[in-house]
Design a protein around this ligand. Sequence first.
Ligand SMILES: NC(=O)c1ccc[n+]([C@@H]2O[C@H](COP(=O)([O-])OP(=O)(O)OC[C@H]3O[C@@H](n4cnc5c(N)ncnc54)[C@H](O)[C@@H]3O)[C@@H](O)[C@H]2O)c1
Length: 325
Amino acid sequence: MPEDTVGVGFIGAGDVSVLHAEAVRRCPRARLVGLWNRTPERAIQRAKEFGCQRFETPEQLVNHPEIDAVFVLTNLETHLQYTLLALEAGKHVLVEKPVGCNVDEILRMKEAAEKAGKICMPGHNYIYEAGMARTKELVTEGKLGRIVSCYVMYNIHHPEEVAARYPGVIRQIMTHHSYILLYLVGRPRRLVAMKATLHYEKITQEDLAMVQLEMEDGSLAHFCASFAADDHTADPWTVLVKVLGTAGGTRYSYRDWVELRPGLVHSQTYTAYQGSITNEVRHFIDVCIRQGGQPLSTLDDAVVAQKMIEAAEASIEQGRIVDVQ
Ligand SMILES: NC(=O)c1ccc[n+]([C@@H]2O[C@H](COP(=O)([O-])OP(=O)(O)OC[C@H]3O[C@@H](n4cnc5c(N)ncnc54)[C@H](O)[C@@H]3O)[C@@H](O)[C@H]2O)c1
């Protein structure tokens, strides 16, 4: 391996690891050294698929001298454990979203990263898209005038057996909405949320949620996250982000690039899904690790995103508008 190539190890080899393996493959200065997965059958299959080693334990993986960076790709509940393990072994970490189960877990990751002097980057992939960067630039430079509204919509059907492995759409999907809003237009002051469970037979997680938010500057935002139905209408809200201001507006849509073959659990392939993860991994490897730069969305942003999620849950539970602390 050339000296300036960053060696990568995966902890967890579920669905999302397929996207990360392709992203690493597309990153000239990175190489996937190996992976560990809790179930060995899956680990053997994926190691073969990705052309990398299989480690017997996560400890062996994080201590391997050729691994400089660890991707934590397991279920939400184990992110803290594996992130701390990797940071304490002196490795940089990219941890999938939602970063932690609560604010305290994210703060513990931040503290461990500072102590180790390593990057711990949230897997906030959607914002690493050129269209998002352009929107942020226009907003920051005031070229859209006064921002009046921001919409973040997600409507992608997920079968029950896939949704069963995740929390409901509030944590699983609206975490994306939260860091996107924060990155593009800033923090909300308060919000009100509702949820529904419409197409599952066995599980109780919500498959639909909507949130209205009042921003610190007085503008409003709206989130929709749905696993309940696809949107195949003429102007689909599959993944759609709109920012409207008094002097202009912007739109980002997954449906600008569609390949007619199933994409993991999606009915067709939305090229931007893989593309955003590839861009995120390139930023992690090239900007953060090789050049000493920072993630576009940090652990501090993950804390605010988590507060938004928890405020939405509190709003639903209490049936009222809740402040985002
Ligand atoms: N950024 C994105 O767009 C995106 C998309 C999909 C998933 N994700 C995130 O990636 C993570 C993994 O999701 P996935 O879709 O690959 O799920 P998955 O169910 O396909 O895989 C989950 C992985 O976690 C492992 N795991 C489960 N319980 C474990 C435990 N107790 N100890 C150790 N390992 C355990 C499984 O073996 C498997 O490797 C989740 O945090 C999810 O939110 C992000």
